[in-house]
Design a protein around this ligand. Structure first.
Ligand SMILES: Nc1ncnc2c1ncn2[C@@H]1O[C@H](COP(=O)(O)OP(=O)(O)OP(=O)(O)O)[C@@H](O)[C@H]1O
Ligand SMILES: CCCCCCCCCCCCC/C=C/[C@@H](O)[C@H](CO)NC(=O)CCCCC
Ligand SMILES: [Ca+2]
Length: 563
């Protein structure tokens, strides 16, 4: 049986215009602007659904990916002097009126570029009619931001933040008629404090952060705290349901790792990020809250790492002057020191309907797992949508000696590790992946680390365990009291896991390593306490992003009859 094709939206405008002295049939409907060569009426065969679809002389640009349209002043070279000057009215020939449409074009490696097409008309009325019709369609896209508050960290990454913004981003915003208030930060936490107490947030449709993961962390701390404060929610209470932030956040990558940008867009390219802001993309994101004894410490969206990543960060902070290279030097140094730490992790596993960290399917644009009712409620779903099994509080307890304890709320993909710390973690499912790397030989640990940089499975080692969790607690051995151990033993007995627990104890008797101290690396900041409670808050914030697009959006042919 033949599949019924969806009816195309009604035509709004259609004319014969010219492009580079060739005749084109140009049409506009509420979904697409298209131009097709008149002379060669080739068969519509194949093209991409997004970007200018090119099917034998045909180009299709989704209206939602048009950046702007303007009337073009036609110039031509004057004879002899090699300069360009405006065409005088008297020399006007046909097709002297033109308008230029700027639109998103996809290039390599998930990058977007701003492309242009200039279409020529025989009379000015027609030209203005086209400009007006396209502008009308753009004005219906109410998800697009009009006014943004921009914070620039001039000292992030290689200290290029200001230049990146001025040269690559500001021109894109101005072309899209977005107005901005720009603040170049003067100290650490300037942006956080301004957002928390001073900024008049009602004036803006979003906040933009120019910098790295640390700068992004400042922005979310400012916004989340402000939102809770305005709603009378006490962040110090670990069991509070937090209120989601309404303003979207855009990240212009200008840091050392840029993991949050890379994992939500697929590249760390400033122009791509600026274009995702312009088209008004929206990507919800989970946030972990971290408490110590009912005192709020910090929020985390990427990596929470104790042991290896905590030690890398502690060492690298002393080498900030080196820029991004500090992580490589400290990484090698920390690897060679091969320290391990003893402690107890207890966690509340997530239901299996949200998948597992060993899934082969990754979180991509429009991800089904993040849209599941049990995984993606817009409001904090902590109470309402957690399943009965989870509610029964089936906490699990693991004690041991670890080289690294990592929690990843999302994949943490970055240029250093293109698939990330936990390749199957989801951006907005209300869970984090907890990765336990037990004490092993240097050689084995190196094999595990190197697998972060290639296609091999970094969890496929007997000394690595990975769990998808909603909450977890960690207590280092040196802070454990006898009553902690007894309580955990009783919890484990209660859930019928006595044998498993005592087996761990026999295999890992107390030894000198129990006194070793590490710190938590929380999105690139050191936490002041090692004993922490962590809880994932589903979709607490929103970014101007859409998740990583499937490669097929860039490459695979698409039948135009479906448009
Ligand atoms: N004007 C400023 N002077 C000094 N520090 C600042 C200033 N503005 C912001 N910061 C701080 O600089 C720290 C690092 O910034 P950022 O995250 O932009 O770059 P990075 O550390 O190089 O990159 P990444 O976090 O991706 O590794 C942040 O923790 C932020 O609080
Ligand atoms: C000896 C060989 C070592 C090879 C190791 C390769 C593994 C790379 C995995 C990278 C995971 C990055 C997770 C993101 C963390 C960010 O929140 C944080 C702030 O920007 N960056 C770091 O802590 C910087 C962390 C940098 C670690 C090297
Ligand atoms: Ca998640």
């Amino acid at each position: 049986m033949q599949e019924k094709q969806p009816k195309p939206p009604p035509l709004l405008l259609s004319s014969q215009l010219s492009l580079q002295n060739r005749g084109y049939e140009v049409t506009l409907n509420s979904a697409f602007l298209s131009w097709k060569e008149v002379e060669t009426r080739q068969k519509r065969t194949a093209a991409n659904i997004y970007g200018p679809l090119k099917a034998a002389g045909s180009h299709y640009v989704p209206v939602c990916e048009i950046i702007s349209v303007q009337e073009t002043e036609e110039d031509c070279p004057s004879t002899g002097i090699g300069k360009w000057q405006k065409v005088p009215q008297s020399l006007a020939e046909s097709n002297q009126y033109a308008f230029t449409v700027s639109y998103v074009e996809r290039t390599q490696k998930h990058r977007w570029r701003c492309s242009e097409v200039t279409l020529h008309c025989t009379d000015r009325t027609l030209c203005l009619q086209w400009v007006q019709a396209i502008r009308e369609q753009l004005s219906l896209l109410t998800i697009r931001p009009k006014r943004l508050l921009v914070y620039i960290n001039p000292y992030g990454g290689k200290h290029h933040g200001k230049r990146i913004y001025e040269q690559k981003v500001a021109p894109v915003f101005s072309r899209a008629s977005i107005s901005t208030d720009v603040i170049v930060t003067e100290r650490a936490n300037h942006a956080r404090d301004h957002l928390k107490t001073e900024a008049d947030l009602k004036k803006y449709d979003g906040v933009v952060c120019v910098g790295g993961d640390g700068m992004f962390s400042e922005i979310i701390h400012g916004l989340i705290s402000r939102t809770q404060c305005d709603s009378g929610v006490d962040q110090n209470r670990a069991d509070e349901t937090l209120i989601p932030c309404s303003l979207r956040i855009g990240i212009i990558p200008a840091g050392s790792t840029d993991c949050i940008c890379y994992a939500t867009v697929g590249s760390n390219d400033p122009v791509t990020s600026a274009l995702h802001i312009v088209v008004g993309d929206s990507q919800p994101m989970d946030v972990c809250s971290i408490h110590h004894n009912n005192t709020f410490l910090r929020y985390s969206v990427s990596l929470l790492g104790y042991g290896f990543y905590g030690d890398v960060l502690t060492d690298s902070e002393r080498k900030r002057w080196m820029g991004p290279a500090r992580y490589d030097i400290s990484g090698v140094k920390t690897f060679l020191s091969h320290r391990y730490y003893e402690g107890t992790i207890s966690f509340l596993p997530a239901d299996e309907n949200v998948g597992t960290p060993r899934d082969k399917l990754q979180c991509r644009s429009g991800c089904n797992i993040c849209r599941l009712p049990s995984a993606g409620k817009q409001v904090s779903k902590d109470e309402e949508s957690v399943s009965d099994t989870e509610k029964k509080g089936a906490w699990q307890v693991i004690r041991g000696k670890f080289l690294a304890i990592n929690a990843a709320c999302m994949s943490c993909a970055c240029p250093r590790s293109p698939k990330g710390l936990s390749p199957a973690a989801h951006l907005a499912d209300g869970t984090a992946d907890l990765i336990l790397v037990r004490k092993c030989s240097r050689f084995d640990f190196l094999r595990h680390l190197l697998r972060h940089t290639n296609k091999d499975d970094q969890f496929d080692h007997p000394f690595v365990e990975v769990y998808r969790v909603r909450q977890f607690r960690f207590t280092p051995r040196y802070e454990e009291t006898d009553s902690d151990s007894e309580l955990e033993l009783r919890e484990a007995e209660g859930s019928g896991r006595k044998r498993f627990f005592s087996q761990i104890c026999r295999e890992h008797p107390a030894c000198s390593c129990s006194l070793a101290h590490s710190s938590w690396n929380c999105d690139g900041e050191i936490l002041p306490h090692a004993a922490i409670q962590v809880r994932v808050h589903c979709q607490l914030i929103k970014l101007f992003a859409r998740g990583i697009e499937e490669q097929s959006v860039f490459e695979e042919p698409y039948t135009l009859s479906a448009i």
